[in-house]
Design a protein around this ligand. Structure first.
Ligand code: IVH
Length: 649
């Protein structure tokens, strides 16, 4: 790189940064930014006299916006230097060992969320401040107070700053986006954006509804005297903070590499997104001696995982028809390797989402694939358009059966119940894990059975015989026998699986269990009033159940007769007691696990609900009860602590 290239790279980085931080509209991926940033850094290291003052390496941290009151951190919030491979690690270790050779390392996951600083005074949460530019952040104390994993009081009475990452678990992220899609709202690009966006809401009730989790990773100003970071962190967890998973103590290169490889291998199994592993010198006195560069601590480094966002091109948009008839657009993209997996397809959710993002054929886009999140397009690089991109037209006919499509809320649906795609997908769903869990009925086999004409509905599956199967192409004796055995094993399973396998719209595993527990085989005769009485079942779901039963009663009974599912055992009628027939909500930490208390109350004939509402009769609360307790008080629900509950009995 010569000075001219360097100057251009700095300008480009500044444009990227402005779009990312100020306009909330990134122009490229972190990976592209990081690569250019490191080229700039390398140039500056070899040409220290030529460093431009507007180089992003000379700037500290994020920019701050105008919406919230600003507040200073008591001590600066630093960022971390990144390394990407074992070579980077080796270089960092050589540099660090030069400063002090008697050191060990505390390694923990790098969580992909939003940084937060918590200031406690006299054992009380005083302020919650976003990272901002590292010196000054935004005061979001009200929002922070809604996060259940942040204690409002701690036993440590001296002033202390506790720092950590606010994250959204992957499951919750998917739920939030599903909900937003249903409400025709723009979806969050990734859990990090969702966490940051939820934290900076002007209405704290929105923050409260998002299930944010705070994972502490260190302290700022403090009077703690621990000699080791690991002991300091143990103390922080003892104050009531959540202990993040999987920290380890490592001695040198080999052990750090091993910890990194294991964490990278298992990254998908974590509930939250990880974007690397943070390595920190464990000895506090060495940390102090090593100190900081202008930007980062010398005693710590982020060992990043391969990027999960890449740039690619949309080649085509195809349409998939699901078992409910919903037509989903799927983008076919230029094959791109993301963290070892070649991605060729990305979900586009629904047609409004295509319009909202203005995705066109031929567009350059940023695509995200991370663990169990299905690959998706998170942004179109509109500035890279050349005018040849083609707008996508919404379909009017089902791409499979050519019948007319109808718009239902945000979905476009094929109305033809015998549409091949709908039938095949219902059979695949019927056999899937959370339904009847039938081995050997994957997509290809179901399609083959359907195309042979032998199976046109799930009921036909149970008329299959060895003789019939052996006549089909690709069905040898072993495969056919295995399939027949799996079908036989589908008999006598729990009744909730049977209900779930019917594929009633809006009814998933949880609702199927509720219906099975509450009604058993009588669920097909339950009235709307009885159904909405059940915990977690609302109007829309009840209507969908009634409509399904009305149209399919005969088939349900026929299938039930074939499959002979196991009806749940009815609990014995409870004796008279103050909780019988009442609805209770449990919250906070009890002397035994909440599950034990739940079971005890259920045996007494109580219904346990997850949410406090006007219908709640009792709130039973333990230590650190939070928003449910406040809501119960507001609604005048009788609140009992564990002792009072036992006394009543
Ligand atoms: S330590 C002295 N540990 O990563 C620097 N940071 O890229 C303090 N982060 O701003 C950071 N997980 O928001 C540390 N286990 C972890 C982390 C972590 C996530 C974030 C943090 C920081 C950023 C730096």
């Amino acid at each position: 790189m010569n000075f001219n290239d360097y100057k251009q790279a700095v300008e480009q980085l500044n444009i990227y940064a402005r779009h990312y931080y100020v306009l909330d509209d990134p122009l490229t991926t972190d990976e592209v930014y990081d690569k250019l940033y490191h080229e700039v850094l390398a140039y500056e290291e070899s040409n220290p006299n030529n460093i431009l003052s507007n180089s992003p390496t000379q700037r500290v941290g994020d920019l701050i916006s105008d919406g919230f009151t600003k507040a200073p951190h008591l001590s600066r919030m630093w960022s971390l230097e990144d390394i990407f491979d074992s070579e980077g690690l080796e270089k960092w270790l050589i540099k660090t060992y030069k400063l002090d050779e008697n050191i060990t390392f505390y390694c923990e996951p790098k969580f992909d969320g939003a940084s937060l600083n918590l200031i406690y005074k006299d054992g009380k949460l005083f302020q919650g401040i976003t990272r901002g530019d590292g010196e000054i952040g935004e005061l979001i104390t009200q929002n922070v107070k809604t996060i259940r994993s942040i204690p409002l009081t701690i036993k440590h009475k001296e002033r202390i700053e506790i720092r950590g990452e606010v994250v959204i678990f992957k499951d919750d992220f998917i739920k939030i986006n599903d909900e937003r899609l249903k409400n025709n709202e723009a979806i969050f690009a990734n859990p990090r954006n969702a966490a940051a966006g939820s934290l900076r809401q002007l209405d704290s009730s929105i923050t409260a509804s998002r299930n944010l989790v705070f994972l502490p990773y260190g302290v700022g100003e403090n009077t703690l005297e621990h000699k080791l970071l690991s002991d300091k962190m143990t103390y922080i967890y003892e104050l009531g903070f959540k202990k993040p998973p999987n920290s380890s103590l490592c001695k040198g290169f080999e052990e750090i590499e091993e910890a990194y490889k294991a964490m990278k291998r298992d990254r998908d199994s974590y509930s939250m997104l990880l974007d690397g592993m943070v390595i920190k010198v464990n000895e506090i006195s060495s940390q102090i001696d090593m100190g900081y560069t202008v930007k980062v601590p010398r005693f710590s480094v982020a060992y990043k995982f391969p990027a999960v966002e890449k740039i690619t091109t949309v080649k085509e948009i195809t349409l998939q028809v699901g078992r409910t008839g919903a037509v989903t657009p799927v983008a076919i993209v230029e094959p791109t390797d993301i963290d070892g997996v070649v991605v060729e397809r990305a979900t586009l959710h629904n047609f409004d989402e295509i319009d909202r993002k203005d995705i066109r054929l031929g567009d350059r886009v940023i695509i995200l694939r991370s663990g169990d999140v299905i690959p998706k397009i998170i942004k179109v690089l509109t500035h890279e358009r050349n005018g040849n991109e083609i707008k996508f037209e919404r379909p009017k006919l089902c791409p499979v059966c050519q019948s007319e499509l109808l718009q239902e809320d945000v979905l476009i649906k094929c109305q033809n119940l015998t549409c091949e795609a709908r039938v095949i997908n219902s059979i695949i769903y019927f056999a899937s894990k959370p339904c009847l869990d039938i081995d050997g009925l994957g997509n290809k086999i179901v399609e083959a059975l359907f195309n042979s004409g032998l199976v046109k509905s799930v009921v036909d599956l149970f008329d299959l015989t060895l003789e019939k199967l052996l006549k089909l192409d690709g069905f040898k004796e072993k495969k056919s026998k295995n399939l027949l055995e799996s079908l036989e094993n589908a008999k006598g399973k729990d009744y909730w699986r049977f209900i779930n396998s019917l594929g009633i719209e809006h009814v998933g595993e949880v609702a199927s269990k509720t219906l099975s527990d509450n009604f058993g085989f009588a669920f097909i005769d339950a009235s709307k009033e009885q159904i909405v009485e059940c915990d977690g079942i609302g109007n829309e779901m009840a209507e969908s159940i009634l409509e399904f039963v009305r149209v399919n009663r005969e088939t349900i009974l026929e299938l039930q007769n074939i499959l002979k599912p196991k009806e749940p055992i009815k609990k014995e009628e409870a004796y008279e007691n103050p909780f019988k027939g009442k609805t209770a909500v449990l919250t906070g930490t009890m002397s035994v696990s909440r599950g034990v208390i739940k079971e005890m109350l259920e045996n007494l004939g109580a219904k346990i609900s997850g949410n406090v509402s006007k219908k709640t009769d009792f709130l039973i609360y333990g230590k650190d009860a939070g928003s449910k307790y406040d809501k119960a008080k507001k609604l005048d629900v009788k609140c009992l602590n564990e002792n009072e509950m036992r006394e009543l009995l």
